[in-house]
Every structure is written in structure tokens, then in C-alpha cells.
Design a binder for this molecule. Structure first.
Ligand SMILES: C[C@@H](N)C(=O)N[C@H](C)C(=O)O
Ligand SMILES: [Zn+2]
Length: 203
């Protein structure tokens, strides 16, 4: 039973793809994150309806949204904070933050100790090509912490810029706002719980 105002995204649009990275070992910590007990995407109803609208536009072009993270319990954020304090635990540094000292990941805005995700109306996502099943090339992988992931980073190919801006354009046109440090992170404008940081686990 989810709190009032929250839904399983698959109940609103079952065609949207997902890969909940914090439910797996494939994330910047290298282990499943506290509070992710199931592989399902939870968001506020308002967010789900906007994503459904975007998905309907993409499907016509043989494209689809792919969600990496959505509602994130506060216990997961606390796990990130605890991990950040152990400076010698750098299991996934090579893949996720090769050039940024671990001690700077929060200061530089790549991870937040009070995250919009915890309010239920923020999503990390990309677009996939349904013909190939592959993610569009955005010029850096999801959760790659570095300047390369800043939306306006210039040293990427024309196609990578086009892909980034297509995602950004469609999200902004449908009620989301972007984030300066990460091309994949968007928050719903007029979110229903702007001040509430939820802690119910994902199950
Ligand atoms: C950790 C990354 N996926 C992310 O969402 N970063 C922002 C800053 C956040 O933690 O809210
Ligand atoms: Zn995010």
C-alpha cells in the first residue's frame, strides 16, 4: 500500500521501460541501496501522468522512456551519505567518478543529502530506440559524475548533443525542469509534495 498520492508507474503506463539501478550492484556504490527492496518505479500520480504523456509522443517515433530512478526513500539518501564518509571505499570510482574526488561528490552537486527524488516527483531517465532496444547516446553514461554529464558540456559529438537536447526539450515541454549537473535528472514543476521527504521503502 503506497501513501496517498503515489502510484506504481507501470499501473499508469506499462510501456515505459525501467532499470532501477539502485536495486542492483550496477551503481556508483556497487551494492544495492537501502530501501530499494523491489524493482519497481514509484512516483507521484502527477508525475506518472506527465510521463505517460511523454511516452505517448515517443512511442509514435519508435522511442521509449527508460527510468533509472524515481521515488528514492530517505534511507537510501542516508546510505549515500554514510558511504561518502568512508573515503577508501571507491569500488566503482573508475566507472562512475574517475576524475572527481569522492569527498567532492556532494559539494559539487552530483549527489544530494536532501534529494528531490525523496519528494516523489523527480526522475532520472533516458530514451531508448525501440528498434534496437539500445539507449540513445547521450555523451556520458547514467550517473557518470563529471563535467561530461553537465547538460551543456560542449566536448561531445553533434549527435550526442542532439540526443541530450531532444530529451531535455520533451521533458521541459511537458512540465519538468532540468538540473544543471546531470542531463538525466528532471523534477516536476508544481510538485504535489514540495517539502516532504518520504521514507517508505520501495516494495
Ligand atoms: C545520484 C544522482 N542520480 C542524483 O539523483 N543526483 C541528485 C543531485 C540527487 O541526489 O538528488
Ligand atoms: Zn536524479
Amino acid at each position: 500500500q503506497l501513501p496517498k498520492g503515489f502510484v506504481y508507474l507501470s499501473n499508469i503506463d506499462a510501456t515505459i521501460k525501467s532499470e532501477l539501478r539502485y536495486f542492483s550492484n550496477n551503481n556508483f556504490i556497487g551494492k544495492p541501496i537501502d530501501g530499494y527492496n523491489n524493482n519497481c518505479v514509484i512516483v507521484t500520480l502527477e508525475t506518472a501522468k506527465k510521463l505517460e504523456k511523454i511516452q505517448k509522443i515517443l512511442i509514435k517515433k519508435n522511442l521509449s522512456l527508460k527510468i533509472f530512478d524515481a521515488y528514492r526513500p530517505q534511507q537510501a539518501v542516508n546510505h549515500f551519505v554514510k558511504w561518502a564518509k568512508v573515503l577508501n571505499d571507491t569500488l566503482m570510482k573508475k566507472e562512475y567518478y574517475p576524475k572527481i574526488p569522492k569527498s567532492q561528490l556532494f559539494n559539487l552537486g552530483y549527489i544530494a543529502s536532501k534529494s528531490g527524488h525523496t519528494r516523489g516527483s523527480t526522475v532520472d531517465l533516458t530514451i531508448i530506440d525501440l528498434k534496437t532496444g539500445k539507449e540513445l547516446d547521450m555523451g556520458s553514461p547514467y550517473d557518470f559524475f563529471g563535467e561530461q554529464s553537465h547538460p551543456y558540456f560542449s566536448d561531445i559529438s553533434k549527435k550526442q548533443k542532439e540526443n541530450r537536447f531532444y530529451l531535455r526539450k520533451i521533458m521541459l515541454a511537458n512540465g519538468f525542469r532540468p538540473y544543471d549537473n546531470e542531463w538525466w535528472h528532471f523534477t516536476l514543476n508544481n510538485e504535489p509534495f514540495p517539502k516532504t521527504y518520504f521514507n517508505f521503502p520501495i516494495e
